[in-house]
Design a protein around this ligand. Structure first.
Ligand code: SF4
Length: 99
């Protein structure tokens, strides 16, 4: 099992880190949760699933198997890839100016 936290979705409540400090921690800088373990040991599977189910913004994703992990990689559509290419040409530095 693996687990990931969506860094953009995390609401920095700290609930996961308080519930399961062996698996989650919060960045000091901004409070966004991070996963401490590359692979979740069997003994923590139930607790990690519970933490994921209790995240108020559903930012924690549990990946049960390597197969699921491979299929979790988003594959951009042709239109999306072209949109990104056009954006990169318009802004070669890659930063769109938003903060
Ligand atoms: S419980 Fe969810 S929102 Fe709260 S810190 Fe953890 S990942 Fe972020």
């Amino acid at each position: 099992m693996r687990v990931v936290v969506d860094q953009y979705l995390c609401g920095t409540t700290g609930q996961c880190a308080l519930t399961l400090p062996g698996a989650f921690r919060q960045r000091e800088l901004d409070g966004v949760a991070e996963v401490c373990l590359t692979t979740i040991p069997q003994s923590l599977h139930a607790a990690v699933r519970l933490a994921a189910s209790q995240c108020p913004v559903a930012a924690i994703r549990v990946i049960e198997s390597d197969d699921e992990c491979a299929s979790a990689e988003p594959v951009p559509s042709q239109a999306e890839a072209e949109r990104h290419a056009a954006k990169d040409q318009h802004n070669p530095g890659g930063h769109d100016g938003t903060v």
